[in-house]
Design a protein around this ligand. Structure first.
Ligand SMILES: NC(=O)c1ccc[n+]([C@@H]2O[C@H](COP(=O)([O-])OP(=O)(O)OC[C@H]3O[C@@H](n4cnc5c(N)ncnc54)[C@H](OP(=O)(O)O)[C@@H]3O)[C@@H](O)[C@H]2O)c1
Length: 331
């Protein structure tokens, strides 16, 4: 039996291309003390891992080639040397783009029994927790306020908007197509959605936010952040979650004009965060997220591909806006 893996063959120069990856067959690794062998079921393709290839996600270390592409996945334990992690249990871990991986037990999250495992790649996984803590802890929205979100039809974004609705906010999404805008309004209950590729984007954003913006959840940075700054009300908050507009390039642009001047004049708080900052609160957040999913208040959008060999294509396409919700690769 071999382990099919997708290796980073070269670092992207400019935009990521499929040929930056290589599919290989390797030996299945041996399990050591306090380790398990995980057979991957599915994994998520997420925008932030592109920052790792660029070196801009410094917590991920310097980008390098010849290693398995990293990602979070769910899998089944098929060998174990720790009796608390039995064969047959499903876990969430850094599977990477591969069929089998050896994991230290401390890197595993045991999935709750009776919960659909795939939820752990979206709302109950890194991106759902990012939406939850980024909005509630950093954005601190109050009922009646206006929350604006960029990459709003993506994995993190579509959950932020719905959590903001649950808090009683008015929600305005920004995304890259009219079709995505329609879905946000009609299927997820956003109050408005604006296509940033439209030539009248700034005017349309102004019309969609007649009361200004109190919380801007920033997944993109760049031009959309620059536009949001001019819509923010005094005392507004910007939750800096990511900078996807600047990941798929070797020449990222500097931040927009108006920083820090506009922040000063309107007493705006702009704060970055990493979801890992909130690790001690993950279990409570999971309880809330499950309650909202069960009640139908939080709809889960997934966008699924079949086969590990399709992961590179799926990633290139995600960066070009091809996904709605969380992109998942099923093995
Ligand atoms: N701080 C943390 O701990 C943390 C944790 C997880 C994720 N994140 C961040 O969360 C953000 C969203 O990640 P995700 O995994 O949920 O990805 P995603 O939103 O599902 O996918 C990326 C989306 O970005 C949009 N996009 C691509 N190029 C763009 C551009 N130039 N300008 C504006 N939008 C562009 C595309 O949608 P359109 O069609 O709308 O263009 C695409 O669908 C990323 O910035 C990521 O780094 C942060």
């Amino acid at each position: 039996m071999k382990n099919k893996q997708v290796i980073i063959d070269s670092l992207p120069e400019g935009k990521l291309v499929e040929s930056n990856y290589k599919l290989v067959d390797s030996e299945i690794p041996e399990v050591g003390s306090d380790e398990v062998l995980v057979k991957t079921i599915s994994f998520a393709i997420t925008a932030g891992t592109r920052a790792g290839l660029q070196g801009s996600a410094s917590y991920a270390g310097a980008p390098t080639t010849g290693i398995v592409m990293n990602c979070t996945g769910i899998g089944e334990i098929i060998q174990s040397t720790n009796e608390d992690y039995n064969i047959g249990r499903n876990v969430l871990t850094q599977t990477g783009w591969q069929e089998y991986s050896v994991q230290k037990t401390q890197s595993l999250t045991l999935l709750r029994e009776g919960v659909d495992p795939s939820l752990y790649l979206g709302p109950l996984g890194i991106n759902g927790l990012t939406a939850y803590f980024g909005l509630l802890e950093i954005g601190q929205p109050q009922s009646g306020e206006t929350v604006m979100i960029s990459a709003a039809a993506g994995s993190v974004g579509h959950m932020v908007g719905q959590i903001a609705k649950i808090q009683g906010c008015k929600v305005v999404g920004v995304c890259g197509s009219d079709g995505k805008c329609k879905k946000l309004i009609e299927d997820l209950g956003f109050d408005a959605a604006v296509n940033y590729k439209d030539a009248n984007f700034r005017q349309n954003l102004k019309e969609a936010t007649p009361d200004g913006v109190d919380v801007y959840f920033d997944n993109t940075g760049g031009m959309i952040l620059g536009s949001a700054l001019f819509r923010l009300n005094s005392g507004g908050r910007i939750a800096c979650c990511g900078v996807v507009s600047q990941y798929d390039t070797s020449t990222p642009e500097p931040g927009p004009k108006g920083i820090p001047g506009l922040l000063v004049n309107k007493s705006i708080r702009m704060q970055g965060f990493l979801v890992f900052d909130f690790a001690e609160q993950y279990e409570n957040a999971t309880d809330d997220l499950l309650t909202w999913i069960d009640s139908g208040q939080l709809k889960v959008l997934t966008d699924e591909l079949e086969g590990i060999e399709n992961a590179p294509r799926g990633f290139v396409d995600l960066l070009a806006g091809g996904n709605i919700g969380t992109r998942i690769v099923n093995i």
